[in-house]
Ligand binder design. Sequence first.
Ligand SMILES: C[S@@+](CC[C@H](N)C(=O)[O-])C[C@H]1O[C@@H](n2cnc3c(N)ncnc32)[C@H](O)[C@@H]1O
Length: 317
Amino acid sequence: MPDFKIYNKNCYGLTGISKHTIDALITDPPYGISYQNNEWDKALPDKKIWMDCLTVLKPGAFGAVFSSVRLMHRMMVNLEDSGFIIKDVLFWSYLNGMPKSRDVALDIDKELGVASKKVGAYKYVQGYKKHGAENYKTGKEKHILSPASEIGVQYKGSGLGIKPAYEPIILIQKPLEKKLSVAQNIIKYGTGALNLEETRLPYEKGEGKVGHNPHPKGRVAANIIRTDAIDDGYDKFFMVPKVRQHAEDFNHHPTLKPVALMQHLVKLLSRENQMVLDPFMGSGSTGLACVTLHRKFAGFEIDKTYFNIAKKRLKKG
Ligand SMILES: C[S@@+](CC[C@H](N)C(=O)[O-])C[C@H]1O[C@@H](n2cnc3c(N)ncnc32)[C@H](O)[C@@H]1O
């Protein structure tokens, strides 16, 4: 029977969760970048919630907190100021990120009152929308423009951003209980070490084993997780493709995370029957990873619609 408790309420205060009862924190909180203009993503979480998390976590417990390239420094400072130790930053790296940029040369034409040259046309396709194919047929034709002013021509091809190719995941730890060694902390609380054994990457067929005393289960997972293989002869990373926004018919959460990625983190940070917390659970991807891996789960989601989607996913298991 899946063992989870989810709350449709504001996570601040973590009402209902007792002190020193949580074995791992795994969460994808607001990034503070107003993603797709979502109101809930306007600001980074306040330090208060990380202090609440510190209180309910057992000493030595680990946490994984997703963040954005632009604001991860602030998230890390908030976590550190709240009492967590920053252990590492995992990179979930992918090839299909789209640069958010502008055609500066065309802006210059506009500013100078010069009409840009029409050099072609295309039909707009919204790839991730469910009815993308229909949009393609009915989509409005758009002009391809080239700069015409002298300065515009000089700046042809300039933009404001490079292609985003990773998402950072901050790995944190609550300090061990004072005066306890790692071994003593583990014996007392069951927390204090990463579960490397469950996340080892099996050797590939024909691959020479690593080191003097190769581990039978393969190599230790790296702090880089990838979506696609790189053909460079050294592709020894755990791989999880990105997930499409409408992959599940009933789930339209705009920042849905792949369950396989959450399962990797759940395995790394916890053991069977331990309790994992996600204060910003959205449509419940962390929870789903937990119930499929025999971990207990506690989650909070402020939005009723997302909460109901999470409930449905967790019940289905
Ligand atoms: C980045 S999304 C998580 C998406 C999730 N990883 C998934 O796969 O569905 C963050 C979620 O936090 C919720 N949220 C924001 N502030 C909150 C708060 N104070 N308490 C509880 N939930 C909150 C938002 O409604 C949003 O669904």
